[in-house]
Design a protein around this ligand. Sequence first.
Ligand SMILES: [Zn+2]
Ligand SMILES: [Zn+2]
Ligand SMILES: [Zn+2]
Length: 136
Amino acid sequence: MNLFLRKPVVCNICKKEINHKHRPKREWQIDGLLCGDCYVDQMKKFYELSRRQQCVICAIEKDVPDMWEPRYQWNMKGLLCKTCFDKKDEEYKKLKTFCNICGKKLGMIRYNPKKRWIVKGQLCKECWDSKKAKLG
Ligand SMILES: [Zn+2]
Ligand SMILES: [Zn+2]
Ligand SMILES: [Zn+2]
């Protein structure tokens, strides 16, 4: 038996001899085999990484549970940090409650600008009428 002549298997990270071999996951891009400790470490590391994401506005990196999904009306993809979410929310509310041309507070009746006017938000009746008169 030349069992003892076999090259010992060492962990590719800590170089310790391995009793229980662990094969690294492909996405870790590690060659060779790992010991149990290093395997668990890598697991944790990659789990953390996958839990972190960048805010699509300010690019700050945060844990996913601390991030906010944009409201569907914003037409955005990705996640936002709380600060950007609040800012965006504020902006959006403003856009929604004030006439975007004269700044007058809008009541229950708002007017949506026509697409070709290239005006964001909503308008009061007067502004809508004058836009309509100018641009049709
Ligand atoms: Zn190791
Ligand atoms: Zn942000
Ligand atoms: Zn107006």
